[in-house]
Ligand binder design. Structure first.
Ligand code: DOR
Ligand code: ZN
Length: 473
């Protein structure tokens, strides 16, 4: 048999092991991993001596803005950023225009995603006004759902708890994971109004409007509703140490709950507000150093399962405002996550195996993609990234692929860069160059997604069951 590509000389890294081996790839999948002498002949070879091969990163949280806000980002520029960042699969958020709350809107997004360089899952919206659409969205091809418990960009209304429960009841039967923007809308709205009335419009007013209780309350509430219904949930962008307690408690109770944090919560603190002004505005906010330390503890003890980016690009004009309330929230991230976090690996804050677990294995398991994705095994999709752990680089916003490359990490010194990225055996980045002919190579992961059998609970109490039951006299 003749392989398409054999990569030799590198150290293979999985979530649990590191070993020297070659990898043979054929028809988009890993054909063999083993001694160089045991590899089949290949049409193409790549010498990766001294480098590491990791499964490509799976970023469970990106906003690519299309349809509706393509001046901020498009699927083409967002997935080009992913390719340059060593990210081979992304999960994209529904706060586009129109929001991904109907099959019609989903189809518009699938159309836009035809330009993708990397594979993708699309989140459907779980909102109060589209509960009757959730099953059609599953049928139509969403890979999971997103519920905005708190307001953020695009101001999609946060569903009341009753609607969230009904949404969980419906989705629990199908097993798809529901990602939650876990912030309490009412607390934030009241705080924000009072801060504005008091004349506060400085950057730190944003942090003051969203104290940790906002997140703790929402995480705990979501966990209770998931426990009751058997829904699988994912807590997005954990930003505070306080959220770790409800997360640990829910996990201990057996709730199927996963959690992510993002590089900005692990690497920045309250000084960012004075140093960067409105650029740092993000929901939830970057917090005080004590939270950063607790988040690292949560990474180490595995309360936090994943590192995602919340890639949320906005134009420079939308980001830079004198009045903090007028600056759009979020910033680009999918291209800088890997260099930033590899730098932390080199600094000894996590191992390369931990890094693979948090950026590949865990998201693949949580979203039913393992071991097709998130694994380096014979038969797995050949989604991989070749990295140089010793390569120093300065993050340069001007050289990022994102259409809106403003980043709080501009000019950050990093060590460790993705050099080649392959999606199903095809180079989407080679020698730090985007392979523009791979535009459109990305596919929806729904084709291969296999969620474990769901175990919905309390079905006799669902709104649908109550309405179907005959009243007794
Ligand atoms: O800061 C944020 N920006 N947080 C979110 O949750 C949404 C995001 C966006 O879409 O801009
Ligand atoms: Zn987000």
């Amino acid at each position: 048999m003749i392989a398409d590509l054999v990569i030799s000389g590198a150290t293979i890294v999985t979530d649990t092991a590191q070993f020297s081996a070659s990898i043979a790839i054929k028809d988009g999948a890993i054909l063999a991993i083993g001694d160089a002498a045991a590899m089949p002949e290949a049409k193409e070879t790549l010498d990766a001596t001294g480098k590491y091969i990791l499964p490509g990163a799976i970023d469970a949280h990106v906003h690519f803005r299309e349809p509706g806000y393509s001046h901020k980002e498009t699927w083409e520029t967002g997935t080009a950023s992913a390719a340059m960042g060593g990210v081979t699969t992304v999960f994209e958020m529904p706060n586009t225009k129109p929001p991904t709350g109907t099959v019609e809107a989903l189809n518009l997004k699938l159309k836009a995603a035809e330009s993708a360089y990397v594979d993708f899952g699309i989140y459907g919206l779980l909102g109060e006004s589209n509960l009757d659409q959730l099953e059609a969205l599953i049928e139509g091809g969403v890979a999971g759902f997103k519920c905005f418990m708190g307001n953020t960009f695009a101001n999609l209304p946060s569903p009341p708890t009753g609607a969230i429960l009904e949404g969980f009841e419906i989705i629990a039967k199908h097993g798809y994971r529901i990602a939650l923007h876990a912030e309490n809308a009412s607390i934030m709205a009241r705080r924000e109004t009072k801060l504005k009335e008091a004349g506060r419009n400085d950057p730190l007013a944003h942090l003051a409007a969203r104290p940790p209780v906002v997140a703790v309350e929402a995480v705990a509430r979501a966990a209770i509703l998931a426990e009751w219904t058997g829904a699988r949930i994912h807590i997005l962008h954990v930003s505070s140490g306080d959220e770790l307690r409800p997360l640990r408690e829910a996990k201990a109770r057996g709730v199927d709950i996963t959690a992510e944090t993002c590089p900005h919560y692990l690497l920045l603190d309250e000084h960012a507000y004075t140093e960067m002004g409105s650029l740092i505005r993000v929901n939830p906010p970057v917090r005080e150093k004590s939270h950063q330390d607790q988040l690292w503890a949560g990474v180490r003890d595995r309360t936090i399962d994943m590192i995602a980016t919340d890639h949320a690009p906005h134009s420079a004009a939308e980001k830079h405002k004198d009045d903090i309330w007028c600056a759009d929230c979020g910033f680009t991230g999918v291209e800088t996550q890997m260099p930033l976090m590899l730098t932390q690996v080199s600094a000894g804050r996590m191992t390369l195996n931990d890094y693979v677990r948090m950026t590949s294995t865990a998201p693949a398991l949580a979203f039913g993609l393992y071991p097709r994705k998130g694994a380096l095994l014979p038969g797995s999709d050949a989604d991989l990234v070749v990295i140089d752990m010793d390569r120093p680089e300065t993050v340069d916003s001007a050289r990022l692929q994102s259409k809106s490359p403003s980043t709080p990490f501009d000019k950050a010194e990093v060590t460790g860069m993705p050099i080649h990225t392959l999606v199903r055996g095809r180079f989407v980045m080679k020698d730090r160059t985007l392979m523009t002919d791979a535009r459109g190579h990305g596919l929806s992961v729904r084709r291969i997604q296999r969620m474990p059998t769901p175990t919905p609970k309390n079905l006799e109490h669902t709104t649908a069951a109550i309405l179907a039951a005959k009243p007794s006299r």
